[in-house]
Design a binder for this molecule. Structure first.
Ligand code: HEM
Length: 170
């Protein structure tokens, strides 16, 4: 495996952003491939527990920006998964959370989608952490469009790992 070594950075808990391991069985699948690679760039980092951190892009808040974390937050950074001699190549970048409650969606940048954006996960309801500094979406599920990116290896509705949205404590 050639996956890059994990960041030794202390987990960023005071910075606003998304912390997400995506789907542990998928990262394990990539990492056990001989040519499998997981690369982070443009501000995303990989934490010691294998999860990814995408910092919030405050200046790029989209719709509903007035309501803080309720919707319209965009995140910097990208994670690329590659393997199988280049036949597998998936990039998660331009993450954006829009909508509220069970209508919350995590979308990603996608050049082949209308308006360059693909709805990736239905996030569902979120719960606030006890310290009030984060929200946890405990069971994001894959959209139909997201399932297309996996070439049907995961069906629409497949549950991914819990996603934590940290909010700026200040
Ligand atoms: C040469 C092309 C490919 C081959 C030979 C291949 C082979 C395999 C094999 C053998 C498994 C089962 C692995 C296991 O259970 O440990 C698997 C699972 C999987 N493959 Fe591929 N694959 C290919 C292309 C792709 C592509 C293009 C994608 C798109 C992202 C993909 C996504 C997946 C996913 C999501 C799984 C399930 C991982 C999990 O256990 O959660 N594969 N593939």
């Amino acid at each position: 495996m050639t996956a890059q070594s994990l960041s030794t950075t202390i987990p960023v808990v005071t910075q606003a952003g998304i912390r997400w391991s995506v789907k542990a069985s998928f990262t394990a699948y990539i990492e056990k491939m001989r040519d499998g690679n997981i690369t982070v760039f443009d501000g995303a980092i990989r934490l010691d527990d294998g999860s990814f951190f995408f910092p919030v892009q405050k200046e790029a808040a989209v719709q509903n920006s007035g309501s803080g974390t309720d919707g319209g937050l965009r995140f910097a950074g990208a994670v690329q998964f590659t393997g199988h001699g280049g036949m597998l190549a998936l990039i998660l970048e331009g993450l954006e959370i829009t909508g509220e409650g069970d209508q919350s969606i995590l979308s990603i940048a996608d050049a082949y989608s209308p308006e360059g954006r693909l709805p990736f996960m239905t996030l569902g309801e979120r719960e606030s952490t006890s310290d009030g500094h984060a929200f946890v979406y405990s069971s994001p599920t894959l959209t139909e469009e997201g399932a297309d990116l996996y070439f049907e290896n995961y069906r629409p509705g497949t549950e991914f790992d819990a996603l934590t949205l940290s909010i700026d404590p200040s």
